[in-house]
Design a protein around this ligand. Structure first.
Ligand code: GRG
Length: 635
């Protein structure tokens, strides 16, 4: 039997009863202490993050919501100088803001960035694993079923990683039944990390019974600490006539421990917050009491409860259990959110795609009283599709010249609105008359022509709205330049002018006419992405000129590749019909130069892109990668 730091006796070990003289001397009640219990590695790490931030930055540091669901922990940190708030807008701008261990929606991170808070995210790495998982499934086109408790902060944070509607929360088999999803729909499930193992197993079985195509997490989402604590209390609960779980009512994993103890056969399982909360009557009636603590309950609370139990003539015995060796790297105190996604172009694109989707989703909104069909069409045109080449470009340039990622993201979303509008209108019967775009029916085929025209109009308006809003840049002069430059990129000298040249070419077009048309139709928005990125970072005129030279070559090479894909592309990969230029007798870089000539021209233009970036050194490598992608892309 184990001896622990709480100083308990072993059952009956030190007593020698003398039946003739004394009343029965054996203690009346035995307390079995479950093992493991109390703090998990994620909770420990989050609390330490607040302590370290206080040491590093001095008080006050602000914490959004309870860092972990335990009042004793929160009160102790408050005494050290932490200020707990409900929402980001309660935090003075520029202050240190710590986000809780349960994980936060991306909108919270963006709100913190908009207030220029120095943000530290204490999210548990095991919750981050679930976030990454659902993002992967979303990108793979799967709808996610999140097994969890609606409204719990972890569930709210997980839902907030993806656009609205991408995830459905299910807690009970009835929730599952109420879902209006086709049995052959591509799905995946994820589980709240503090959910009951038994209930999760039931839900997973029900999901698999109802749906045919269900992707599962590679390993259980329920965290090791939740599972170990549930197993430990389950192992002793049936021998106990009372189980006490030390924890707060707001703690989900604490409440699950009470349920698990009851389900394992204990007739009376209760949650208590500390020694003062001890149910004396129930303790005095019990012979054997089980005691455990939630993953957010400090040892001091367990020690206090043990003390109160000893006063009621209890001996306390540690039970053997799993030894936990999990440790996480400390939370980085370097403020988050000012950096663009890192890694390969593929990784950055993946993260950017989700970030752009959530930004667009928030911008299109779900306000009451708005026309739902229009909003649905706007979402259809913008969300979940496209390479996001222009959005990646603006974030890469902004990053290169010191702009903020969240601002670049907004500009990227505005550009994607304009780009989507141009594609929607380009596909209309009065223009290119296309049936497929981005691998699915064009907007006017899915909805109708009038809706396509109006969705395009509304997207254009939305783009300007996003650019003009303060969150896009604190300096009104920068915002005005962003708006002006966008207006010029899409008007007579930009997309609209280029499209006119395409629809009404001169009878004998000169090569210059073709390149002029392409540079307006495609190059203008690509150039805008680069100019906007340079505006966000407010770089020198010299750097801006170098970036514009890069953009002009990139825009042209992007369009030449588009022309080449029209000849050599696979419609299934390109996502739209090919061979249209030849069928319509339309002039393009390939009809002008031939396929080989277009390839040679592309490679010259790519060299010019690299040359323009020479002055920026290795920091420009993401832009160099984008140029390589533009030349070699197959879609
Ligand atoms: C904006 C006022 C205003 C008018 C628009 C219809 C129109 C006028 C212009 C059409 C411009 C157009 C369709 C140009 C083609 C640009 C191009 C190469 C599109 C394909 O871009 P990708 O490959 O597409 O980046 P994804 O789907 O990946 O986003």
């Amino acid at each position: 039997m184990l001896q622990n730091a709480l100083g308990e006796q072993r059952y009956g070990a030190s007593l020698t009863p003398t039946p003739d003289v004394c009343p029965p001397a054996l203690p009346q009640r035995q307390v079995l202490l479950a093992n493991p219990r109390g703090f998990c590695a994620g909770v420990q790490r989050a609390i330490e993050a607040v302590e370290r931030a206080l040491e590093h930055d001095g008080a006050p540091v602000y914490v959004r919501r309870a860092i972990v669901h335990n009042r004793t922990v929160v009160e102790r940190l408050e005494r050290l100088g932490a200020v707990f708030v409900q929402e980001i807008d309660e935090i003075p701008s520029g202050a240190v803001a710590i986000l809780s261990a349960h994980g936060s929606a991306r909108s919270v991170v963006r709100a913190a960035q908009a207030r220029a808070l120095r943000m530290i995210d204490a999210v548990c790495p095991l919750v981050t694993k679930v976030h990454a998982e659902i993002e992967g499934w979303y990108r793979a086109g799967r709808h996610v079923l999140l097994i969890g408790h609606t409204g719990h902060p972890e569930v709210v944070g997980t839902l907030g990683q993806l656009p609205t509607g991408a995830v459905s929360v299910v807690c009970t088999p009835e929730d599952l039944e109420a879902l209006d999803l086709a049995p052959n729909m591509a799905l995946a499930y994820a589980v709240q990390t503090t959910f009951s193992q038994r209930d999760a197993a039931e839900m997973i079985a029900a999901i698999k019974a109802r749906f045919r195509d269900v992707a599962a997490p590679r390993s259980s989402d329920i965290c090791y600490a939740t599972s170990n604590r549930q197993d430990a209390i389950s192992a002793i609960a049936a021998q106990c006539d009372l189980v006490l779980v030390a924890g707060d009512t707001m703690s989900s994993n604490a409440r699950r421990l009470v349920e698990v103890a009851s389900a394992a056969g204990c007739p009376d399982a209760r949650l208590i917050s500390g020694g003062a909360d001890l149910p004396r009557g129930a303790v005095l009636r019990a012979k054997r009491i089980g005691l455990t603590a939630a993953a957010s309950t400090p040892d001091s609370v367990v020690a206090e409860i043990c003390e109160a139990l000893r006063e009621l003539d209890c001996t306390i015995t540690e039970t053997p259990g799993a030894i936990e060796r999990v440790r996480f790297r400390p939370v980085s105190l370097e403020p988050l959110g000012l950096r663009s996604p890192e890694g390969s172009i593929k990784d950055r694109l993946a993260r950017l795609r989700t970030d752009i989707d959530t930004t667009l989703e928030a911008a299109i909104g779900h306000a009451r009283g708005r026309d739902r069909r229009l909003a649905d069409a706007m979402r259809y045109a913008t969300i979940g599709g496209g390479k996001r080449f222009r959005a990646l470009l603006v974030t890469a340039v902004s990053d290169l010249v010191g702009g903020a990622y969240d601002q670049a993201l907004r500009v990227g979303a505005a550009i994607e609105c304009v780009h989507a509008q141009s594609l929607v209108h380009d596909d209309l019967p009065c223009m290119d008359d296309d049936d497929r775009r981005r691998g699915r029916p064009t907007l006017h085929r899915k909805f109708d022509e009038a809706t396509a025209v109006l969705a395009g109009d509304a997207l254009l308006a939305l783009a300007f709205e996003i650019l003009a809003e303060e969150a896009t840049h604190p300096d009104p002069a920068v915002r005005a330049q962003l708006v002006l430059s966008m207006a010029r990129s899409i008007g007579q000298d930009g997309l609209a002018g280029g499209q006119m040249m395409d629809l009404y070419p001169s009878a004998r077009p000169r090569p210059d006419d073709i390149f002029e048309c392409e540079s307006r139709k495609t190059g203008a928005l690509i150039r805008y992405a680069v100019v906007a990125g340079s505006l966000l970072g407010q770089c020198s005129a010299e750097d801006r000129n170098r970036l514009i030279a890069f953009a002009d070559n990139l825009g042209l090479v992007f369009q030449i590749r588009d022309d080449m894909l029209d000849s050599i592309g696979d419609p299934a990969v390109v996502g739209k019909a090919v061979g249209k230029d030849a069928r319509a007798g339309r002039n393009s870089a390939t009809t002008l130069l031939g396929l080989e000539g277009a390839a040679v021209q592309s490679s010259l233009l790519e060299s010019a892109c690299h040359q323009a970036l020479d002055g920026f050194g290795p920091k420009a490598s993401p832009l160099r990668e984008l140029a390589r992608f533009a030349v070699n892309r197959m879609h």
